[in-house]
Design a protein around this ligand. Structure first.
Ligand code: 5GP
Length: 315
């Protein structure tokens, strides 16, 4: 697994790295860090993302070098795909015929690549990149530490989600010792929102519904346009629903331009939302998952609520 990945990297020179569309902190942080680790190993490496870097992650080291594209061209010896269960989730073309290495920490991770390192025990893909760097003996710069700390902080919900344990804090300690500044990383992410995002949060809170232990809300294209909000401004809105005391599972429905709905699901730990997302063709973790459904909105809500009421428990 890790050894396999390292072995394949050592035998090649030119790498393209990517992650899923609508990248989150772990996707961006682990791709940027992995790119730097490869460069420190003397390799040529580029990060290519379908959607580019969301505003709150643009202050990360080397974020300005990320290439935004619909297609991967160029003479790369291998593609390293982080945090994805398929090529499809990258939304990039031009990966199909390349040598593929997958590094993922999702329970729903699938072995789609030539080499697959899937570790659902890792709290973030960033943790796996940290292990890769250590195993490779690559010099560990404060910039790499900053990218990995951001990946760890965001994917653990600021060290609050289930699965956060003593190993998470041991890793955070290593990263801080290597030069990550926790308060700077937190400020860049959590105190850097746009006004449009706050307006959209207002809309989402106005649409809030609860039923027993289930909370849900939605944002429409019209609301997003009215607020001047972008797709990336929806990240984290679902957590406000989950922050209600009685709520055990929360859902955010976001209307897509073509009328379908993206659903973000979150759980406090008793209910397994990965199973719910998988039943609609999506995936993710027990406590954070996502999927897409056809509209109209009341139908999409009805389907998801039925599934949440049945409530698959965490094993
Ligand atoms: P979010 O709600 O933030 O979009 O996603 C939460 C988690 O679920 C993330 O770890 C994300 O990678 C995963 N996820 C979201 N949508 C999908 C999907 O359509 N397929 C899979 N496999 N995972 C998803």
């Amino acid at each position: 697994m890790l050894q396999d990945v390292l072995h394949q990297i050592e035998q090649r020179d030119r790498f393209v790295l990517t992650s899923h569309a609508r990248p989150d902190g772990d996707a961006i942080g682990s791709a940027l860090a992995c790119c730097q680790v490869l460069r420190a190993m003397g390799k040529q490496a580029d990060v290519v993302l379908h959607d580019g870097v969301p505003r709150i992650y643009r202050t990360l080291p080397f974020a300005d070098q990320v290439l935004q594209a619909n297609r991967v061209g160029g003479n790369y010896d291998a593609a390293i795909i982080l945090e994805c269960d398929s090529i499809h989730r990258t939304r990039l073309e031009g990966l199909e015929d390349r040598f593929l290495i997958s590094i993922d920490h999702h329970l729903s991770g699938r072995p789609f690549a030539h080499v697959n390192w899937i570790d659902p025990h890792a709290v973030a893909t960033g943790e796996m990149v940290f292990r890769l760097a250590r195993e490779a003996g690559a010099p560990f710069s404060p910039e790499i530490a900053t990218c990995l700390y951001t990946a760890l902080m965001t994917d653990t919900g600021s060290f609050m989600f289930q699965g956060t344990n003593e190993h998470t804090f041991a890793l955070a300690r290593e990263l801080v010792l290597a030069g990550a500044d926790p308060s700077h990383c937190a400020r860049s992410i959590y105190f850097a929102h746009s006004v449009a995002k706050m307006r959209l949060l207002g809309e989402a809170l106005r649409n809030l519904n609860t039923e027993a232990h289930i909370g849900w809300t939605w944002v429409t294209q019209e609301q997003m346009e009215r607020c001047g909000a972008k797709e990336e401004d929806c990240e984290g809105l679902v957590n406000y629903v989950l922050s209600i005391g009685e709520v055990e599972v929360a859902a955010l429905f976001r209307e897509l331009p073509e009328g379908r709905f993206r659903v973000s699901l979150r759980s406090k730990g008793k209910l397994d939302v990965a199973k719910v997302a998988e039943s609609f063709g999506g995936g993710g973790h027990e406590c954070a998952s996502g999927c897409s459904l056809e509209g109209p909105l009341p139908e999409a809500v009805r389907h998801v609520l039925e599934s949440l009421r049945r409530g698959p428990s965490v094993q």
